[in-house]
Write a protein that binds this ligand. Structure first.
Ligand code: NAP
Length: 289
């Protein structure tokens, strides 16, 4: 049985939907914190069990009979987040699964300026130390994260951010499809190739793209890291969120997210969705000035 954690979240649910198109529902199990939210999956024949990375016992039950476990990273950083990932890896091992897969990120590195990359690198070390067969999915940056960085530029006409570098923005839909293919068809070990869309683009390019989509000029305005930090702090961003948001710019101008690869296209058998199409669908265009 293939077990997917985080199946009430965006990526995990997308993977389950893709798996349902490939293998019988009886061969899929989900480990979720709230089983009621996965009722629709249970009705379609998926095994739904409660599993929380904070509780080893719950995971052992949720992973019972696993051939492979897809661990969707929880988003909790720091020591507590790492302890949860260790608990999940231990449970996957105890369940007798032949392979564990983990949603890492392109640019995963212990020295990254972007805190989540340090966390992914540390989790990859835990996977290596587990002695289990494992695949670390080096996912591209979610295009949905860019919408948050664009913020109210659609309304103000100014895309204000620190100096940056290109990022290969990639959609959840494509990553979910690729993950299902890897789970069912690829015996990859260790870090995957970068799973990215076909182009990397910087904020200057994003401003031009958004301008084109909304039909009005959006100007890219570069500010210092300090000015941006003060701007975010004034909005009440806590320290960790400040470090994460500023880290995107510092790491991207270091070139950490610039490399594209054809691996995602090869897995899904078509060109990945473009950032332009994703932004057209997700930007708040109706109330643009
Ligand atoms: N590649 C990128 O650019 C990028 C960007 C942001 C985040 N990420 C990472 O990718 C992950 C998946 O992305 P997503 O968009 O699917 O996020 P999401 O919709 O927030 O889903 C995260 C899932 O993790 C589950 N989770 C959180 N804490 C847990 C715990 N203690 N035990 C078990 N499950 C737990 C959540 O469960 P509930 O449904 O019960 O809340 C949720 O289903 C994120 O969690 C984050 O680590 C990647």
């Amino acid at each position: 049985m293939l077990i997917v954690t985080g199946a009430n979240g965006k990526l995990g649910r997308g993977v389950v939907e893709q798996l349902l198109q490939r293998i019988p529902a009886e061969q899929i199990g989900v480990s979720v914190r709230d089983v009621s939210q996965a009722q629709d999956l249970a009705e379609r024949g998926v095994r739904v069990r409660h599993g929380d990375f904070a509780s080893a016992e719950s995971l052992l039950h949720a992973f019972e009979g696993a051939s492979q476990v897809l661990l969707v990273s929880t988003g909790m950083l720091g020591d507590a987040g790492l302890r949860q990932h260790q608990t999940a890896i231990n449970a996957a091992k105890k369940s007798g699964a032949g392979r564990v897969l983990y949603t890492s990120h392109m640019g995963s590195s212990s020295t990254s300026y972007f805190p989540p990359m340090v966390h992914h690198a540390a989790t990859e070390d835990l996977l290596e130390a587990s002695g289990m067969r494992h695949t670390s999915l080096r996912n591209g940056f979610y295009a949905s994260s860019l919408v948050r960085l664009i913020g109210d530029a659609v309304h103000t006409g100014e895309l204000i951010a620190p100096e940056d570098g290109p990022i290969a923005w990639t959609t959840h839909a494509d990553l979910a499809q690729a993950t299902a293919v890897i789970l069912t068809e690829k015996n990859w070990d260790g870090p995957s190739p970068n799973l990215t869309a076909s182009e990397a683009i910087d904020m200057e390019g994003v401003a031009a793209m958004v301008s084109d989509i909304v039909g009005r000029p959006i100007y890219r305005k570069v500010v210092t890291d300090e000015a941006y930090r003060a701007h975010l702090a004034a909005q009440g961003f806590p320290e960790m969120r400040l470090a994460i948001t500023l880290g995107i710019f510092r790491a991207s101008r270091n070139g950490d997210f610039a490399q594209t690869s054809s691996a995602l296209a090869d897995l899904i058998g078509r060109s990945p969705l473009t950032l332009r199409d994703d932004l057209k669908a997700s930007l708040p265009l109706s109330d643009a000035l």
